[in-house]
Unconditional design. Structure first.
Length: 604
């Protein structure tokens, strides 16, 4: 089984984990029971031993994928000489009535026209293909039993043949016929399988799942241009939320490369303060205040764990259950996506110093306080302590927003977001009469402003620089007008936009920075960074350059996959690179669409 391109996938999920489903009907990535659990299916990282669950036609057929309207139920259709078949894939949303079978992947196959033969091949590989398991053929399906770990079952309406650690079957369906398979976490202490208990009613489960997603999307307040792609991005962001705690993962995958054959293969199944705060902003913009409330509860829990004896009292990322330590290891037994090694799980960047997170955090709290509900005293007390810390430490060097591994620098973006932290805290304290050292905060805020305008500005290049010791540009500085640090029509900002277009942009797609001009301690290059392209759209929009903004935005929409999904980056051939789908990208799309649509409306 060859690697499918990253972009040839759809995604389904149950708000605790997801599965990637390829155009060929193969599930080649799924971690169970949670986002950060070891993989059960991981063929996207090693097509030979990674594990997969394929359900596709036995004869050559032309595939197409779509989602059922306004839902995360995926349809994979196969158009062949003998007929048309389809597989519906979904994960029922966990509820109290299904607490013993919380994590289920339902695959319902049917024949739409003619007659079609399907083949099932289910071969899980537990613990990132490190754990052995046995297969038990039981009435109604099969059990997969890893040593000393959670058992999983597969219900089947047809007999299964055990082979090489998995099961296989074929079934022929005529027009109007259908059959359902369910892969699920098996209850402990039960050695049998009851297909009805595992599945319930397939059609009923399907309707409940569709109803859930359509009700959720019905709360969206966005009614502008590009509604379809905005709705899909909102559904993806919801899929990346972890319902038990309110955390939001940056991406549900690990180890997918930012350049084929390169070493930038990171694990993104954690909650970055930065990414989650930006995502929160995007969701609040289109009416999703409940998600903001739940994330704020998760955030308050992290604020109760602050360690002011540490180098940084707040970590830049945490596990979805609030874990602090996320040690990074390499899975050297896996070949990697298209040979891209090493495959990493865990993320060593968790203990880096990244000062920008304080600005993103305070901005999220500020917006939550403004648009959702006033923050609690306890959250303000913790926030105030963090702002006092920022006032003392903003002038340190750090690793920066891009988590480079080439040593600490005085990054302009880090200074910018420290300014945001002090500015938002000062505003909240003043407007709501909250206690805090406002005079000091505002004084330090103004010092940062002057320093950015002097040391962060490169007069020769007519642009804001990446860090004080470099002439290189950084697309992160496009955020300056977005956080209201500088007017979007200020000559310095307009010059920085033009320099970014000239130096970092290809076919409207924006690179984060140039690794050759600004070495980051990592070998190899990377693709264009999709979030930065949407930042460019917002900058052009706010600067009143609406024709340019719309052209860049529309071009970027052309790089979405067939379902409207984006990875982290885009390669030279237009392919998706990096972990997939990426919250950062979809959040950027929503924000850019919202602001561009509003500007175009005002223009008319």
């Amino acid at each position: 089984m060859a690697h499918l391109p990253i972009e040839d996938h759809g995604v389904i999920g149950d708000l605790q984990t997801v599965a990637l489903v390829g155009l060929d009907g193969t599930i080649d990535w799924c971690c169970l029971p949670f986002f950060d659990s070891p993989s059960v299916f991981g063929a996207i990282l090693d097509e030979r031993i990674g594990g997969w669950f394929r359900l596709g036609p036995t004869r050559d057929a032309r595939p197409k994928q779509m989602y059922l309207p306004d839902s995360n139920v995926l349809v994979t259709r196969s158009y062949g000489d003998q007929g048309v078949g389809q597989v519906l894939d979904w994960m029922p949303i966990a509820g109290e009535h299904t607490k013993n079978l919380r994590h289920r992947i339902v695959r319902q196959v049917s024949c739409v026209r003619g007659e079609i033969e399907y083949r099932l091949d289910c071969r899980p590989a537990f613990d990132y293909a490190r754990a052995s398991h046995r297969v038990e053929n039981v009435e109604g399906g099969a059990l997969f039993v890893p040593e000393g770990a959670q058992r999983f079952g597969l219900t089947s309406p047809v007999p299964l043949a055990v082979r090489e650690g998995g099961v296989e079957a074929t079934l022929t369906l005529k027009e109007g016929e259908k059959a359902a398979f369910v892969f699920f976490a098996a209850p402990e202490g039960d050695s049998s399988l009851d297909p009805f208990a595992a599945l319930g009613d397939a059609d009923g489960s399907l309707q409940e799942t569709v109803d859930f997603w359509q009700r959720w999307l019905g709360r969206c307040t966005y009614r502008g241009r590009w509604s379809e792609i905005v709705y899909r991005s909102a559904l993806i962001l919801k899929l990346l939320t972890f319902a038990p705690t309110g955390a939001i993962v940056a991406s549900p995958t690990a180890g997918l490369p930012e350049l084929i054959g390169g070493a930038r293969n990171w694990d993104y199944r954690y909650t970055w303060i930065r990414d989650a705060s930006f995502t929160l902003y995007a969701l609040m913009r289109i009416g999703y205040t409940d998600e903001a409330w739940h994330f704020m509860r998760w955030l308050e829990a992290r604020c109760q764990e602050l360690d002011f004896e540490a180098e940084s009292p707040l970590q830049l990322m945490y596990g979805i259950h609030g874990q602090h330590a996320l040690p990074e290891i390499t899975l050297d037994h896996l070949s990697g996506y298209r040979g891209s090694r090493p495959v990493r799980i865990g993320n060593a960047a968790y203990d880096q110093l990244q000062l920008d997170i304080y600005g993103e955090l305070l901005d999220a709290i500020y917006l939550y306080n403004k648009y959702v509900t006033p923050v609690s005293y306890d959250l303000w007390r913790h926030s105030r302590a963090l702002v006092d810390w920022v006032a003392d430490h903003w002038n340190q060097s750090d690793e920066g927003i891009w988590e480079t591994r080439g040593g600490r620098k005085h990054f302009v973006y880090s200074r910018l977001m420290c300014w945001v932290a002090l500015d938002r805290a000062s505003r909240m304290a003043t407007k709501h009469s909250l206690p805090g050292d406002r005079a000091r905060w505002m004084g330090e805020r103004d010092r940062i402003y002057d320093e950015i305008m002097t040391r962060g500005w490169n007069e020769q290049r007519r642009a804001f620089r990446q860090h004080y010791d470099s002439d290189a540009l950084d697309a992160a500085n496009l955020c300056m007008p977005l956080v209201k640090f500088i007017a979007p029509t200020d000559p310095r900002m307009l010059a920085t936009i033009d320099a970014t277009l000239e130096t970092l942009t290809r076919d409207s797609l924006v690179h984060r920075y140039d690794p050759e001009l600004s070495p980051d301690g990592l070998r190899g290059g990377e693709g264009t960074f999709s979030m930065c392209t949407f930042w460019l759209v917002e900058c052009l929009t706010r600067a009143g350059r609406l024709r340019e903004a719309r052209l860049v935005f529309e071009r970027m929409l052309g790089y979405a996959n067939h379902l409207g999904l984006y990875g982290e980056e885009i390669g030279n051939r237009g392919e998706a690179l990096g972990n997939f789908p990426q919250a950062f990208t979809h959040m950027g799309l929503i924000s850019a669409a919202y602001n561009l649509n509003r500007a175009l409306g005002e223009q008319r």
